[in-house]
Design a protein around this ligand. Structure first.
Ligand code: AMP
Ligand code: GLY
Length: 439
């Protein structure tokens, strides 16, 4: 028997007894572990570092997701059949490349492909090269270039740090002086802690924002779902930006025609363009879109599942999530049909008091013992156990999630459940889904 056939046979046998390692420890990873747990082929799940909630579904092992060496060592010790990389930092650091070179099976894009998220400069120039609709921009490498470029833009104008910035790298400026000062703070490192070498000045767009998720296998992109995030901390979309305070996903968010348009004119162009440049894209392509009066425009790409969109989407996903991972890795997305439960799902984040500014951790959480009773799933975003008690361990603490035939009903279940959960300083938005409910 040729070697490849033997390998395929062994792989086939293994598929019914799979050990999966999930890298990350937020609400997104809890939702991915929850979905993996439902897969009939998965017999063991390890999460690194995981969190207090994930620990009820998987063995959690500490690891620093900023340290590629430590993650590679962990995979070498654990020998999983599949590693799933959740967060953007390990992708940008090249964890997938390192694992692939050691013959480990891994889901996610390589470092060169992850640049679509890790470098806004790369993403903007890539979109320009491949005719993907996005806001007009100027790429600047000095403050002088920023000053000069600003003259070509009307106000307000958007200034973006090129590198990963955990949601803090975008400043919308009402005056040119403000824009200059934002750029100066990015170049000096005052804004983000590390000095940026590239800053993008961008046209300000108006419209509704949509997150669109596609599964990519290096050649093809297929649709998973659309969702809407709520980035501002305050109700009515006020206050500072956060990692996301809630999200929902409904059938009606985008028309079938619009979904098709986005696949053809954005997702498929990305996959085709990346392949033609020798850096094929495999994994999740998260397209942040502004539905502007000039048509859909790409605000940003992420090269991973969104958080908290994933929490909402996982409750609707009927297809075995392992089939998604395998299709992406094996280049067989064209044969995959992704089924979602019809209707809607939503997730509401319970955050620490003070978030996204300063907050305290280690605060005891009560009311977490009712999981499943009402069809509401409480994913943990930032928790840990201390002396047998679940305590807060981050800005975003819980992602309270439900699905239903109707968005209003899903949200009702979530808000009822939230009344029974508490921790000192807990804050959440009471208007998640407000745009969909209004229309
Ligand atoms: P980004 O990280 O590029 O998605 O930007 C974060 C947020 O800033 C987006 O979700 C938008 O709300 C806002 N934003 C980014 N770019 C623009 C733009 N060109 N026009 C208007 N708002 C923007
Ligand atoms: N929900 C936005 C993000 O994951 O970046």
């Amino acid at each position: 028997m040729p070697r490849l056939e033997v390998a395929n046979k062994v792989w086939g046998a293994l598929q019914n007894e799979m050990k999966v390692l999930v890298i990350g420890g937020g609400g997104r990873e809890h939702a991915l572990v929850w979905a993996l747990k439902k897969s009939s082929s998965v017999t063991e799940i390890v999460a690194a570092p995981g969190n207090g909630g994930i620990a009820s579904l998987a063995r959690c092992l500490p690891v620093d997701v900023n340290n590629v060496h430590a993650m590679v060592n962990l995979v070498a010790i654990e020998q999983p059949d599949l590693t799933v990389v959740g967060p953007e930092v390990p992708l940008a650091l090249g964890l997938v490349d390192e694992l692939e070179s050691r013959k480990f099976r891994v889901f996610g894009p390589r470092k060169a492909a992850a640049q679509l998220e890790s470098s806004k400069a790369f993403a903007k120039e890539f979109m320009q090269r491949h005719g993907i609709p996005t806001a007009e921009h100027a790429l600047c490498r000095s403050l002088d270039q920023v000053r000069e470029s600003l003259l070509a833009f009307s106000l307000p104008v958007v200034v973006k740090a090129s590198g990963l910035a955990a949601g803090k790298g975008v400043v919308i400026c009402d005056t040119r002086l403000e824009a200059e000062s934002a750029a100066a703070q990015m170049f000096s490192g005052v804004l983000l802690g590390t000095a940026e070498t590239e800053v993008v000045v961008e046209e300000f767009l108006t419209g509704e924002e949509v997150s669109f998720f596609a599964l990519c296998d290096g050649k093809r992109a297929i649709q998973i779902a659309a969702a809407q995030d709520h980035k501002r901390v305050g109700e009515g979309d006020t206050g500072p930006n956060t990692g996301g305070m809630g999200a929902y996903s409904t059938d009606g968010l985008l028309t079938p025609a619009m979904q098709h348009w986005i696949i053809q004119n954005v997702a498929q162009k990305v996959v085709g363009g990346m392949a033609s440049e020798g850096t094929p894209f495999k994994g999740i392509l998260f397209i942040g879109l502004m539905m502007s009066p000039r048509g859909p425009m790409v605000l940003e790409f992420n090269t991973r599942w969104g958080d908290p969109e994933t929490e909402a989407i996982m409750l609707r996903l009927e297809t075995d999530i392992l089939d998604l991972f395998n299709a992406s890795i094996d280049g067989t997305a064209d044969a995959l049909v992704i089924r979602l439960k019809p209707g809607a799902s939503a997730t509401v984040i319970a955050a620490s008091g003070g978030y996204p500014g300063k907050y305290v951790s280690g605060v005891p959480i009560t009311g977490l013992d009712r999981d499943g009773e009402d069809g509401v799933i409480v994913f943990h975003a930032g928790t840990t156990t201390k002396d047998g008690q679940m305590v807060t361990a981050g800005g975003r603490v819980l992602a309270v999630t439900a699905e239903s035939a109707d968005l209003r009903d899903a949200l009702h279940k979530i808000y009822e459940r939230l009344k029974t959960i508490s921790f000192d300083g807990m804050q959440y938005r009471r208007d998640i889904g407000h745009r969909a409910l209004r229309s």
